[in-house]
Design a protein around this ligand. Sequence first.
Ligand SMILES: O=c1ccn([C@@H]2O[C@H](COP(=O)(O)O)[C@@H](O)[C@H]2O)c(=O)[nH]1
Length: 235
Amino acid sequence: MADRKTRLIAALDTCDPLQAMRWADAVAAHVSAIKLGLEFTCAAGFEAVSRVAANRQLFLDLKFHDIPNTVGAAVGSLSRINPAMLTIHASGGRTMVQAARRACDENFPAGRKPLLLAVTVLTSLDDEVLAETGVRDGVNAQVLRLAELALDNGADGLICSAHELAALRGEFGDSPVLITPGIRPSGAVAGDQKRVMTPAEAREAGADWIVVGRPITQAQDPAAAAAAIVAELAG
Ligand SMILES: O=c1ccn([C@@H]2O[C@H](COP(=O)(O)O)[C@@H](O)[C@H]2O)c(=O)[nH]1
């Protein structure tokens, strides 16, 4: 396995820009990027996204899933926000991933192209819930299928749970960027997450970045919680 440093992204899920700013400041010394997603963007808008993300690495997690023309235009319009990473759903299909790739290449200036990341199977799904959507051969098979589709059509990396990392590294090697939400330090509540692992387990399995939200933001001391996760990753 490559000599990989697993880094921490803090998911700042709130509707309140002041709260997001407070959290971003609190964890700044410990994280490699902050993640703002649907909750924050829908509630506070893109201007607030830009304010909170100013002078920080931004993972803008809007998980686009629409027809190729719409996704391409939406991805292209994000160039004014300057995210370091953005997300689409791999299940939107080959031509949707290609449209997102083209939009990154054509709309973002050289040197500021974001990592195009494809969500495989949400970490809130397990085999049983996935089967209700019509996919009956399990999460692992679906993650591998969608990973191949996304990587073959221009995605730089994947969002998956830490449970699939070993299989993905085995199949696609060291180069795809693999980012894992669904991370819970031991003892933390899983909440709506179904496929969870600890930070150290995700590092061992081959994550480039781990995404951690509530175990940091709902902690009494978010800075200390983030520092403890970074210490676990370093250990
Ligand atoms: O499969 C996915 C894709 C994205 N997410 C996002 O990550 C964070 C996780 O937050 P926690 O509070 O640590 O559960 C959240 O913003 C999700 O939208 C994911 O969990 N799973």
